[in-house]
Design a protein around this ligand. Sequence first.
Ligand SMILES: [Zn+2]
Length: 143
Amino acid sequence: MNSTKFLNRSSSQLASIFKAQFEAEKKKLLFSNSYMNEQFHLQKDDLLDELDLTTVEMETSMRMRLRNREAIFLKKIEESLQRIAEGTFGQCESCEEEIEFKRLQARPTTTMCLSCKEDEERQEHIHIDGHRSKSLGAKLKLA
Ligand SMILES: [Zn+2]
């Protein structure tokens, strides 16, 4: 095998590795979404008095937040699969250079190379004054 050409965009090797990973992750997310929907319907039908309804509403908003995060992740996976199909996976959307393989391994849904991402984060830092969520990024990371 020609491992030196591993990062070559024309090679489908990189894409096929990540495609399998994305599809497994997508299946997992879709399953947990349908599972949560089921739970949610059960509770709303079963608990009808006002006190319990408040609990249900609190739980619902918690679930919604969780689902939003999963929905964002799912969207990132869909976009990554789309990029694989288009043959642009692993390409920085900012400078169009190849994204470092190590970076893709750590964060497969990334669309920017490290130096572009650092530029962007520096700018965000200036604008939002360090108020961005680091925990979200960590949660979304494919391990
Ligand atoms: Zn770049």
